[in-house]
Design a protein around this ligand. Structure first.
Ligand code: RFL
Ligand code: PHB
Length: 392
């Protein structure tokens, strides 16, 4: 079999790239290790920058997002027991974010791909990539006991942090930058109305908390927990009690509790692999970088990589030039590092670190007080949160 682009991974990066290429008449196959239901069952990000919304529109999958997504023009920061609103729209000339779950984005992209009749091979085993340092790369995989081989022009590594693509690079071809944080987020999803119509990020001596949502009837809440925490030790009751201890008294008295429909612990990490391109292998999304979720940037960075990658490949097939493919890694990484910095900064300001003590807590509260009291500082947060501009 031969295709123009072989995409590894059917998460948001791979599916969105597949859709944009399909609309440009470029032939691509997607190989995914897991089943479609498994991919849809992963509860992850919830906040889309305008740039990500625009790209989903461009891919022709924006209809349900516009009908059901919640448009937010601000967030609240809670510290020292009080909430302060950051007027993101007011500070950025009217920009906002849209709350719409990654699960829904994935579902919309899967439906569009099925409607287009494009091929996704789910439960593709032992995917391996070869010859990406030549002009004729090859991808192999196994399905139902049969080995298949695909010849292609390019391989798009959209296979997430634990994927095979980055791992296949020669060790001396890639530099890794990493910071692992000494805590994780325990998150629950529950069919209860959100406590506030905007997100609340909480700094508290007991640890960070976040009140988020998926819709007007479905809430997503998180609390910071130590890395070795066991999910079995967190029955719903304990989660709700801990959340109420961290938010302000007004929120604590109005939070509606209910049975969780999902509960998981996610570790926090900052990671970047440089460069994001090696010959005819191009990495996108979590395959190339990870940010802690505090800045709500993971899914948005995946979309911005795909924006640059789809444009580079479309330009190549129209003009025959490799100029945009050559520029891909540099363009992505300049934007990636800004989001890595922002996510690290939000994480540092809002979480309890085991070794910084009461001094660290005072510094954080002072930084937050400065932030909410200074238009310059609030604007810096707001322009990063709604999403920094693209290069083209
Ligand atoms: P994904 O979503 O991980 O998709 C990669 C896909 O590749 C498949 N795969 C393979 N397929 C074939 N062969 C192989 N060898 C393969 N190895 C892997 C995987 O099964 C998967 O389907 O990466 P993508 O598309 O780049 O999308 C990125 C986003 O998913 C990610 O940035 C965000 O979800 C990050 N993230 C969060 N971001 C936020 O903005 N807010 C959040 O609250 C938030 N929560 C999270 C998260 C990421 C998590 N991870 C990665 C563990 C919570 C978690 C638990
Ligand atoms: C979420 O709703 O899952 C969410 C929202 C904002 C974040 C992280 C996660 O910063």
């Amino acid at each position: 079999m031969r295709v123009q682009v072989a995409i590894i991974g059917a998460g948001p990066s791979g599916l969105l790239l597949g859709q944009l290429l399909h609309r440009a008449g470029i032939d691509a196959i997607i190989l995914e290790r897991k089943s479609g239901e498994y991919v849809l069952g992963r509860i992850r990000a919830g906040v889309l920058e305008q740039g990500a919304v625009d790209l989903l529109d461009e891919a022709g999958v924006g209809k349900r997002l516009h009908a059901e997504g919640l448009v937010h023009g601000g967030i609240e920061l809670c510290f020292d027991g009080e909430r302060h609103r950051i007027d993101m729209a007011g500070l950025t000339g009217g920009k906002h974010v849209t709350v719409y779950g990654q699960t829904e984005v994935t579902r919309d992209l899967m439906d569009a791909r099925a409607a287009a009749g494009a091929t996704t091979v789910y439960e593709a085993e032992d995917v391996s990539i070869h010859g990406f340092d030549t002009d004729s790369p090859v991808v192999r995989y196994r399905k139902d006991g049969v080995t298949h081989e695909i010849a292609c022009d390019f391989i798009a590594g959209c296979d997430g942090f634990h994927g095979v693509c980055r791992e296949s690079l020669p060790a001396n071809a890639v530099k890794h930058y990493e910071r692992v944080y000494p805590f994780g987020w325990l998150g629950i999803l529950a069919d209860v109305p959100p406590v506030s119509h905007e997100l609340i990020y909480v700094n508290h001596p007991r640890g960070f908390a976040l009140c988020s949502m998926r819709s007007r009837t479905r809430s997503r809440y998180y609390v910071q927990v130590p890395l070795d925490e066991k999910i079995e030790e967190w029955p719903d009751e304990r989660f709700w009690d801990e959340l109420k201890r961290r938010v302000d008294t007004q929120a604590a008295s109005t939070i509606v509790t209910g049975p969780s429909i999902e509960k998981s612990i996610a570790p926090l990490r900052s990671y970047v692999a440089e460069p994001m391109r090696f010959g005819r292998l191009l990495l996108a999304g979590d395959a190339a970088h990870i940010v802690p979720p505090t800045g709500a940037k993971g899914l948005n960075l995946a979309a911005s990589d795909v924006r640059y990658l789809s444009r580079a490949l479309i330009d190549h097939y129209r003009s025959g030039s490799m100029k945009e493919v050559d520029a891909y890694s540099g363009k992505c990484l300049r934007r990636v590092w800004k989001a890595v910095r922002f996510s690290w900064w939000m994480t540092s300001m809002l979480h309890r670190f085991p070794d910084t003590g009461e001094f660290g807590q005072k510094i954080q509260e002072t930084e937050l007080a400065y932030l909410v009291g200074s238009k310059a500082a609030s604007t810096s947060l707001a322009e990063n949160y709604v999403g920094l501009p693209f290069e083209d």
